[in-house]
Design a protein around this ligand. Structure first.
Ligand code: SF4
Length: 379
Protein backbone atom coordinates (compact mmCIF):
# COMPACT_ATOMS: atom_id res chain seq x y z
CA UNK A 1 0.00 0.00 0.00
CA UNK A 2 1.26 3.45 -0.84
CA UNK A 3 0.95 6.10 1.88
CA UNK A 4 2.72 8.98 0.37
CA UNK A 5 2.15 9.82 -3.23
CA UNK A 6 1.79 13.32 -4.54
CA UNK A 7 -1.71 14.73 -4.76
CA UNK A 8 -1.38 15.71 -8.43
CA UNK A 9 0.12 12.24 -9.10
CA UNK A 10 2.52 12.99 -11.92
CA UNK A 11 5.96 11.50 -11.91
CA UNK A 12 9.52 12.72 -12.36
CA UNK A 13 12.23 11.21 -14.50
CA UNK A 14 15.85 11.57 -13.41
CA UNK A 15 18.93 10.71 -15.49
CA UNK A 16 22.17 10.34 -13.55
CA UNK A 17 25.34 11.12 -15.52
CA UNK A 18 28.02 10.03 -13.04
CA UNK A 19 31.06 11.44 -14.83
CA UNK A 20 33.27 14.41 -13.94
CA UNK A 21 36.46 15.76 -15.43
CA UNK A 22 37.79 16.63 -12.03
CA UNK A 23 36.71 15.67 -8.52
CA UNK A 24 35.78 18.56 -6.24
CA UNK A 25 37.35 18.54 -2.80
CA UNK A 26 34.00 18.35 -0.96
CA UNK A 27 32.20 15.87 -3.21
CA UNK A 28 30.93 12.51 -2.01
CA UNK A 29 28.39 12.00 -4.80
CA UNK A 30 28.23 8.87 -6.91
CA UNK A 31 30.61 9.82 -9.78
CA UNK A 32 33.86 8.84 -11.46
CA UNK A 33 36.60 10.90 -13.10
CA UNK A 34 37.23 8.40 -15.92
CA UNK A 35 35.18 9.50 -18.95
CA UNK A 36 36.05 6.37 -20.95
CA UNK A 37 32.75 4.68 -20.06
CA UNK A 38 30.54 7.65 -20.88
CA UNK A 39 29.35 6.59 -24.40
CA UNK A 40 28.61 3.06 -23.18
CA UNK A 41 26.73 4.43 -20.15
CA UNK A 42 24.46 6.56 -22.36
CA UNK A 43 23.65 3.53 -24.52
CA UNK A 44 22.89 1.50 -21.42
CA UNK A 45 20.57 4.23 -20.12
CA UNK A 46 18.35 3.65 -23.16
CA UNK A 47 18.26 -0.06 -22.32
CA UNK A 48 17.51 0.62 -18.66
CA UNK A 49 14.58 2.85 -19.61
CA UNK A 50 13.04 0.01 -21.63
CA UNK A 51 13.54 -2.41 -18.73
CA UNK A 52 12.03 -0.04 -16.18
CA UNK A 53 9.04 1.23 -18.12
CA UNK A 54 6.60 -0.33 -15.60
CA UNK A 55 8.29 0.82 -12.40
CA UNK A 56 6.14 3.93 -12.04
CA UNK A 57 2.44 3.59 -11.22
CA UNK A 58 1.78 6.83 -13.04
CA UNK A 59 2.95 7.06 -16.62
CA UNK A 60 2.48 10.85 -16.82
CA UNK A 61 5.87 12.52 -16.56
CA UNK A 62 5.85 16.06 -15.21
CA UNK A 63 9.56 16.85 -14.90
CA UNK A 64 12.80 15.54 -16.38
CA UNK A 65 16.14 16.19 -14.71
CA UNK A 66 19.69 15.42 -15.85
CA UNK A 67 21.93 15.43 -12.78
CA UNK A 68 25.34 14.15 -11.90
CA UNK A 69 28.16 14.12 -12.07
CA UNK A 70 28.32 16.49 -14.98
CA UNK A 71 25.55 16.14 -17.59
CA UNK A 72 27.07 19.01 -19.61
CA UNK A 73 29.82 16.53 -20.61
CA UNK A 74 27.22 14.80 -22.80
CA UNK A 75 26.55 16.21 -26.27
CA UNK A 76 23.12 17.90 -26.34
CA UNK A 77 22.04 15.66 -29.24
CA UNK A 78 22.56 12.60 -27.00
CA UNK A 79 20.54 14.29 -24.24
CA UNK A 80 17.67 14.87 -26.67
CA UNK A 81 17.77 11.21 -27.75
CA UNK A 82 17.19 10.19 -24.12
CA UNK A 83 14.28 12.64 -23.85
CA UNK A 84 12.77 11.37 -27.12
CA UNK A 85 13.12 7.78 -25.98
CA UNK A 86 11.34 8.64 -22.71
CA UNK A 87 8.48 10.19 -24.69
CA UNK A 88 8.00 6.88 -26.50
CA UNK A 89 7.69 4.99 -23.21
CA UNK A 90 5.68 7.40 -21.04
CA UNK A 91 3.24 10.25 -21.56
CA UNK A 92 5.52 13.30 -21.70
CA UNK A 93 2.96 15.60 -23.31
CA UNK A 94 2.60 17.59 -20.08
CA UNK A 95 6.26 17.84 -19.08
CA UNK A 96 6.69 21.26 -17.50
CA UNK A 97 10.36 21.42 -16.67
CA UNK A 98 13.46 19.82 -18.21
CA UNK A 99 16.58 20.64 -16.23
CA UNK A 100 20.20 19.93 -17.04
CA UNK A 101 23.06 20.42 -14.59
CA UNK A 102 26.16 21.92 -16.09
CA UNK A 103 29.66 22.97 -15.24
CA UNK A 104 30.41 26.60 -16.25
CA UNK A 105 33.51 25.42 -18.14
CA UNK A 106 31.40 23.38 -20.55
CA UNK A 107 29.04 26.21 -21.43
CA UNK A 108 30.82 27.37 -24.57
CA UNK A 109 29.16 29.24 -27.44
CA UNK A 110 28.92 26.02 -29.48
CA UNK A 111 27.50 24.10 -26.53
CA UNK A 112 24.77 26.68 -25.93
CA UNK A 113 23.84 26.71 -29.64
CA UNK A 114 23.49 22.93 -29.57
CA UNK A 115 21.55 23.05 -26.33
CA UNK A 116 19.01 25.42 -27.88
CA UNK A 117 18.06 22.67 -30.34
CA UNK A 118 16.96 20.41 -27.44
CA UNK A 119 13.88 20.55 -25.20
CA UNK A 120 15.93 21.48 -22.11
CA UNK A 121 14.34 24.60 -20.59
CA UNK A 122 16.16 24.98 -17.29
CA UNK A 123 19.90 25.01 -16.54
CA UNK A 124 21.44 24.38 -13.16
CA UNK A 125 25.00 25.67 -13.00
CA UNK A 126 27.42 24.41 -10.35
CA UNK A 127 29.05 27.76 -9.58
CA UNK A 128 29.66 27.32 -5.81
CA UNK A 129 31.57 30.62 -5.41
CA UNK A 130 32.55 33.70 -7.38
CA UNK A 131 35.95 33.84 -5.65
CA UNK A 132 38.88 32.32 -7.57
CA UNK A 133 40.89 31.37 -4.48
CA UNK A 134 37.87 29.61 -2.97
CA UNK A 135 37.17 27.82 -6.26
CA UNK A 136 40.77 26.57 -6.36
CA UNK A 137 40.49 25.48 -2.73
CA UNK A 138 37.41 23.43 -3.68
CA UNK A 139 39.23 22.03 -6.73
CA UNK A 140 36.56 23.36 -9.06
CA UNK A 141 37.66 23.42 -12.71
CA UNK A 142 36.24 26.85 -13.59
CA UNK A 143 37.03 30.41 -12.53
CA UNK A 144 34.67 33.12 -11.34
CA UNK A 145 34.93 34.86 -14.73
CA UNK A 146 34.01 31.63 -16.56
CA UNK A 147 30.94 31.26 -14.36
CA UNK A 148 29.81 34.83 -15.07
CA UNK A 149 30.36 34.30 -18.81
CA UNK A 150 28.45 31.01 -18.75
CA UNK A 151 25.40 32.61 -17.12
CA UNK A 152 25.45 35.55 -19.55
CA UNK A 153 25.87 33.25 -22.53
CA UNK A 154 22.83 31.23 -21.48
CA UNK A 155 20.82 34.40 -20.87
CA UNK A 156 21.85 35.87 -24.23
CA UNK A 157 20.68 32.64 -25.88
CA UNK A 158 17.23 33.19 -24.36
CA UNK A 159 17.35 30.64 -21.54
CA UNK A 160 15.07 32.19 -18.98
CA UNK A 161 15.23 29.66 -16.20
CA UNK A 162 18.71 29.45 -14.68
CA UNK A 163 19.65 28.29 -11.22
CA UNK A 164 23.08 28.45 -9.64
CA UNK A 165 24.51 26.53 -6.69
CA UNK A 166 26.53 28.27 -4.01
CA UNK A 167 28.42 26.82 -1.05
CA UNK A 168 28.98 28.70 2.20
CA UNK A 169 30.58 27.87 5.56
CA UNK A 170 34.02 27.17 4.08
CA UNK A 171 36.90 27.36 6.56
CA UNK A 172 39.51 29.93 5.53
CA UNK A 173 37.09 32.07 3.50
CA UNK A 174 35.37 34.66 5.61
CA UNK A 175 32.01 36.33 5.25
CA UNK A 176 33.35 39.03 2.95
CA UNK A 177 34.01 36.29 0.34
CA UNK A 178 30.45 35.04 0.68
CA UNK A 179 29.18 38.62 0.54
CA UNK A 180 30.97 39.14 -2.81
CA UNK A 181 29.62 35.87 -4.21
CA UNK A 182 26.11 36.93 -3.25
CA UNK A 183 26.69 40.36 -4.79
CA UNK A 184 27.72 38.77 -8.07
CA UNK A 185 24.79 36.34 -7.94
CA UNK A 186 22.36 39.24 -7.58
CA UNK A 187 23.99 41.12 -10.45
CA UNK A 188 23.40 38.12 -12.72
CA UNK A 189 19.73 38.14 -11.78
CA UNK A 190 19.18 34.40 -12.17
CA UNK A 191 15.76 32.94 -11.41
CA UNK A 192 16.82 30.49 -8.70
CA UNK A 193 19.66 29.96 -6.22
CA UNK A 194 20.52 26.88 -4.17
CA UNK A 195 22.84 27.74 -1.28
CA UNK A 196 24.29 24.86 0.72
CA UNK A 197 26.30 24.89 3.90
CA UNK A 198 29.50 22.90 3.36
CA UNK A 199 29.51 19.51 5.03
CA UNK A 200 32.76 17.59 5.22
CA UNK A 201 32.02 14.00 4.31
CA UNK A 202 34.26 11.00 4.83
CA UNK A 203 36.26 9.96 1.79
CA UNK A 204 36.55 13.49 0.40
CA UNK A 205 39.73 15.55 -0.03
CA UNK A 206 38.37 18.01 2.55
CA UNK A 207 37.98 15.19 5.05
CA UNK A 208 41.58 14.13 4.51
CA UNK A 209 42.71 17.75 4.99
CA UNK A 210 40.69 17.91 8.17
CA UNK A 211 42.33 14.74 9.52
CA UNK A 212 45.72 16.30 8.79
CA UNK A 213 44.67 19.38 10.77
CA UNK A 214 44.75 21.61 7.69
CA UNK A 215 41.08 22.54 7.78
CA UNK A 216 38.20 22.70 10.24
CA UNK A 217 34.44 22.65 10.29
CA UNK A 218 33.36 26.27 10.86
CA UNK A 219 31.88 26.98 14.28
CA UNK A 220 28.16 27.27 14.94
CA UNK A 221 28.10 31.06 15.26
CA UNK A 222 29.75 31.47 11.92
CA UNK A 223 27.36 28.97 10.32
CA UNK A 224 24.44 30.94 11.70
CA UNK A 225 25.86 34.28 10.57
CA UNK A 226 26.51 33.04 7.04
CA UNK A 227 23.14 31.34 6.82
CA UNK A 228 21.49 34.58 7.95
CA UNK A 229 23.55 36.57 5.44
CA UNK A 230 22.44 34.36 2.53
CA UNK A 231 18.82 34.49 3.69
CA UNK A 232 18.85 38.27 4.15
CA UNK A 233 20.60 39.21 0.92
CA UNK A 234 18.49 36.92 -1.26
CA UNK A 235 15.11 37.60 0.35
CA UNK A 236 15.75 41.36 0.35
CA UNK A 237 16.42 41.05 -3.37
CA UNK A 238 12.98 39.45 -3.86
CA UNK A 239 13.80 35.74 -3.81
CA UNK A 240 11.42 33.53 -1.91
CA UNK A 241 13.18 31.23 0.58
CA UNK A 242 10.97 28.22 -0.09
CA UNK A 243 13.10 25.31 1.11
CA UNK A 244 16.04 25.08 3.54
CA UNK A 245 18.63 25.56 0.78
CA UNK A 246 16.53 26.96 -2.05
CA UNK A 247 15.50 30.44 -3.15
CA UNK A 248 13.37 31.32 -6.16
CA UNK A 249 11.92 34.26 -8.00
CA UNK A 250 8.13 34.04 -8.17
CA UNK A 251 7.08 31.18 -10.42
CA UNK A 252 10.56 29.64 -10.54
CA UNK A 253 10.60 27.10 -7.73
CA UNK A 254 12.26 23.87 -8.86
CA UNK A 255 9.33 21.68 -9.86
CA UNK A 256 11.42 18.54 -10.04
CA UNK A 257 12.89 18.89 -6.56
CA UNK A 258 9.58 20.12 -5.17
CA UNK A 259 7.95 16.92 -6.34
CA UNK A 260 10.59 14.90 -4.40
CA UNK A 261 9.73 16.93 -1.33
CA UNK A 262 6.03 16.30 -1.83
CA UNK A 263 6.36 12.56 -2.21
CA UNK A 264 5.81 12.18 -5.95
CA UNK A 265 7.00 9.08 -7.76
CA UNK A 266 10.23 9.29 -9.69
CA UNK A 267 12.28 6.96 -11.80
CA UNK A 268 16.07 7.30 -11.80
CA UNK A 269 18.00 6.00 -14.78
CA UNK A 270 21.75 5.50 -14.65
CA UNK A 271 24.42 3.98 -12.48
CA UNK A 272 23.81 5.21 -8.92
CA UNK A 273 20.37 6.69 -9.68
CA UNK A 274 17.59 6.45 -7.09
CA UNK A 275 13.92 5.71 -7.77
CA UNK A 276 10.73 5.75 -5.70
CA UNK A 277 7.25 4.57 -6.67
CA UNK A 278 5.31 5.31 -3.52
CA UNK A 279 6.12 1.93 -1.96
CA UNK A 280 9.70 1.04 -2.75
CA UNK A 281 12.84 3.10 -2.82
CA UNK A 282 15.44 1.60 -5.10
CA UNK A 283 18.88 2.49 -6.38
CA UNK A 284 21.13 1.03 -9.03
CA UNK A 285 24.29 -0.25 -7.36
CA UNK A 286 26.04 -1.32 -10.52
CA UNK A 287 29.47 0.33 -10.76
CA UNK A 288 29.81 2.63 -13.77
CA UNK A 289 32.19 0.26 -15.56
CA UNK A 290 29.67 -2.59 -15.32
CA UNK A 291 26.48 -0.60 -15.86
CA UNK A 292 26.06 -1.90 -19.43
CA UNK A 293 25.81 -5.46 -18.09
CA UNK A 294 23.05 -6.90 -15.96
CA UNK A 295 21.92 -4.11 -13.66
CA UNK A 296 21.60 -4.72 -9.92
CA UNK A 297 19.45 -2.71 -7.52
CA UNK A 298 19.12 -2.33 -3.81
CA UNK A 299 15.59 -2.05 -2.51
CA UNK A 300 14.11 -0.49 0.55
CA UNK A 301 10.46 -1.16 1.38
CA UNK A 302 9.04 1.71 3.39
CA UNK A 303 6.87 0.97 6.41
CA UNK A 304 4.01 3.27 7.41
CA UNK A 305 6.28 4.74 10.07
CA UNK A 306 8.99 5.43 7.47
CA UNK A 307 6.40 7.20 5.33
CA UNK A 308 5.21 9.27 8.24
CA UNK A 309 8.72 10.30 9.30
CA UNK A 310 9.65 11.08 5.74
CA UNK A 311 6.53 13.18 5.33
CA UNK A 312 7.47 15.18 8.45
CA UNK A 313 11.04 15.62 7.27
CA UNK A 314 10.33 16.77 3.74
CA UNK A 315 7.37 18.96 4.70
CA UNK A 316 9.28 20.80 7.42
CA UNK A 317 12.15 21.57 5.07
CA UNK A 318 9.71 23.54 2.92
CA UNK A 319 8.26 26.97 3.69
CA UNK A 320 4.66 25.69 3.81
CA UNK A 321 5.55 23.05 6.38
CA UNK A 322 3.12 20.33 7.43
CA UNK A 323 -0.46 20.59 6.19
CA UNK A 324 -2.35 19.21 9.19
CA UNK A 325 -5.42 18.10 7.22
CA UNK A 326 -3.25 16.20 4.78
CA UNK A 327 -1.24 14.71 7.64
CA UNK A 328 -4.43 13.45 9.28
CA UNK A 329 -5.78 12.02 6.03
CA UNK A 330 -2.59 10.09 5.43
CA UNK A 331 -1.55 9.03 8.90
CA UNK A 332 -4.59 9.46 11.15
CA UNK A 333 -5.79 11.68 13.96
CA UNK A 334 -3.34 10.28 16.53
CA UNK A 335 -0.37 11.21 14.31
CA UNK A 336 -1.74 14.72 13.94
CA UNK A 337 -2.12 15.10 17.72
CA UNK A 338 1.31 13.64 18.53
CA UNK A 339 3.12 15.80 16.00
CA UNK A 340 1.27 18.98 16.98
CA UNK A 341 2.04 18.36 20.66
CA UNK A 342 5.74 17.80 19.92
CA UNK A 343 5.90 20.98 17.82
CA UNK A 344 4.56 23.15 20.67
CA UNK A 345 7.98 23.14 22.36
CA UNK A 346 9.48 24.80 19.29
CA UNK A 347 6.59 27.21 19.14
CA UNK A 348 7.48 28.40 22.64
CA UNK A 349 11.08 29.07 21.58
CA UNK A 350 9.78 31.11 18.63
CA UNK A 351 11.29 28.88 15.92
CA UNK A 352 8.15 27.16 14.70
CA UNK A 353 4.61 28.34 13.96
CA UNK A 354 1.76 26.01 14.92
CA UNK A 355 -1.77 27.00 13.93
CA UNK A 356 -5.01 25.16 13.10
CA UNK A 357 -3.91 24.34 9.57
CA UNK A 358 -0.16 23.93 9.52
CA UNK A 359 3.14 23.60 11.33
CA UNK A 360 6.10 25.34 9.76
CA UNK A 361 9.60 26.46 10.64
CA UNK A 362 10.27 30.15 10.13
CA UNK A 363 12.55 30.48 7.09
CA UNK A 364 15.17 32.43 9.06
CA UNK A 365 15.29 29.50 11.53
CA UNK A 366 15.58 26.73 8.90
CA UNK A 367 19.12 26.06 10.13
CA UNK A 368 17.46 24.34 13.10
CA UNK A 369 15.36 22.13 10.87
CA UNK A 370 17.27 18.91 11.60
CA UNK A 371 16.74 19.29 15.35
CA UNK A 372 13.05 20.17 14.94
CA UNK A 373 12.43 17.31 12.52
CA UNK A 374 14.13 14.74 14.71
CA UNK A 375 12.05 15.77 17.71
CA UNK A 376 8.86 15.22 15.68
CA UNK A 377 9.75 11.75 14.46
CA UNK A 378 7.87 8.87 15.91
CA UNK A 379 10.33 6.29 17.12
S1 SF4 B 1 31.30 18.41 -10.51
FE1 SF4 B 1 29.69 17.90 -9.04
S2 SF4 B 1 29.55 15.67 -9.03
FE2 SF4 B 1 31.47 16.21 -10.06
S3 SF4 B 1 33.01 16.11 -8.46
FE3 SF4 B 1 32.31 18.24 -8.53
S4 SF4 B 1 30.61 18.37 -7.06
FE4 SF4 B 1 31.02 16.19 -7.47
Amino acid sequence: MSFYVNCDSMAGLYFHIPFCRRICAYCDFFRVADLGHLPMAIEAMHAEMDEQRDFLHDSHIRTIYFGGGTPSLVAPARIQELIDHAARLWDCSRVEELTLEGNPDDVTKEYVEALRTTSINRISLGVQSFDDAELRFMNRRHTAATAVEAVKRLQDAGIENITIDLIFGVDGFDESVLERSLEQTLKLDVQHVSAYHLTIEEGTAFHRRMLRGQMRVVDEERSEREYALVHRRLTEAGYEHYEVSNYAREGFRSRHNSSYWHGAEYLGIGSGAHSFNGEVRRWCVQPVAEYAGERRYELEHLSELDHRNEYVMTALRCAEGIDLEQLEQRFGRVAREQITAAARRWQLSGDVVVNDRQIYILAERFLLSDAVIESLFEV
